[in-house]
Design a protein around this ligand. Structure first.
Ligand code: R5P
Length: 294
């Protein structure tokens, strides 16, 4: 097995290589003056199972093309198998037709990666498990929620209330609760499919004076966390934290979240950000070691 250090996840790839002892394959890459992407694998991978570590957070499209080019380069140079480790899987939220005339974006991405030479995919906290059914090859998701919850227990936040901003994220809050040892619950959220505007509805929770950690898979514009944090503050929560696997933090999301009363945002290195305080390296390394020995 060899680890290709995708340009979007070079540091994470380095950490995984260090933890697993798997040999690294450096990648030369550049963007041509006209915007096109160039990729070259810098060491031999003949007959190797090649694992490409490349997240697809913004800029999603160029990172997907880099991933496809790395997979193709691996196969052309004799790789026996290509596994893509894509911590943040772009387009996983468009896993079905919501409005007439749309595409199932993740299905197109899946077929593009297959055509490029990817044989298997590992992602982390994919937005919907249904997205993985669109891949024509084995695709699985790992969960970083225990790592995020452990980050908080190490800091003494045992028994904190784990809150999901909507019903769909309740399984995440339940996973966190197992580590935190407190209570958990969810709010109700609605998003306007045309404007993207988020509305989080108030619900009665006994969080007066409590420490609450809002858990979600993605923080994008921050609208979801802002809505949830405002409600928690109205309900009398003393301290509010936000934890997410994929801190996209678009535009002024972080500022708005902090202004809504969140003390701190904790994310993972699925997306490189100053809030990426938890590394996915141990989780992914464990998976790769199991693959090696299996
Ligand atoms: C969607 O349901 C996801 O789980 C997140 O809640 C959502 O992507 C967050 O987006 P935003 O930060 O823009 O509200």
């Amino acid at each position: 097995m060899k680890i290709v250090l995708g340009p979007a996840s070079k540091e994470l790839g380095e950490k995984i290589a260090e933890l697993t002892g798997i040999e690294k394959v450096p990648v030369a890459h550049k963007t041509f003056p006209d915007g096109e992407t160039y990729i070259r694998l810098e060491s031999p991978i003949q007959d190797d199972h090649v694992v490409i570590v490349q997240t697809t957070s913004p800029p999603q499209d160029s990172r997907l093309i880099q991933l496809a080019f790395m997979a193709d380069a691996a196969k052309r140079n004799g790789a026996s198998k290509v596994t893509a480790v894509v911590p943040y899987l772009a387009y996983a939220r468009q896993d079905k037709i919501f409005l007439k005339g749309e595409t199932i974006s993740i299905e197109t991405v899946a077929h593009m990666l297959s055509a490029a030479g990817v044989d298997a995919l590992i992602t982390v906290n994919v937005h919907s498990a249904n997205a993985l059914t669109k891949f024509p090859f084995p695709a699985k998701t790992l969960s970083a929620i225990p790592l995020l919850a452990e980050h908080f227990t190490r800091r003494g936040f045992t028994k904190a209330f784990a809150l999901a901003p909507d019903k769909g994220a309740m399984h995440i809050a339940e996973e966190a609760k197992k580590i935190l040892g407190g209570e958990c619950g969810h709010l109700e959220k609605q998003r306007d499919r045309y404007t993207g505007q988020v509305n989080v509805a108030k619900k009665a929770f006994n969080v007066k004076g409590a420490t609450v950690i809002i858990f979600d898979d993605i923080i994008s514009t921050g609208g979801t966390i802002v809505g949830a944090a405002k409600i928690l503050k109205e309900l009398g929560a003393k301290r509010v934290f936000a934890a997410c696997v994929h801190p996209l933090l678009i535009g002024d999301a972080e500022k708005r979240i902090l202004e809504a009363g969140v003390e701190e945002i904790v994310g993972t290195d699925s997306v490189t950000s100053h809030v990426s305080k938890v590394s996915l390296a141990p989780l992914i390394s464990k998976e790769l070691k199991a693959l090696q020995s299996g």
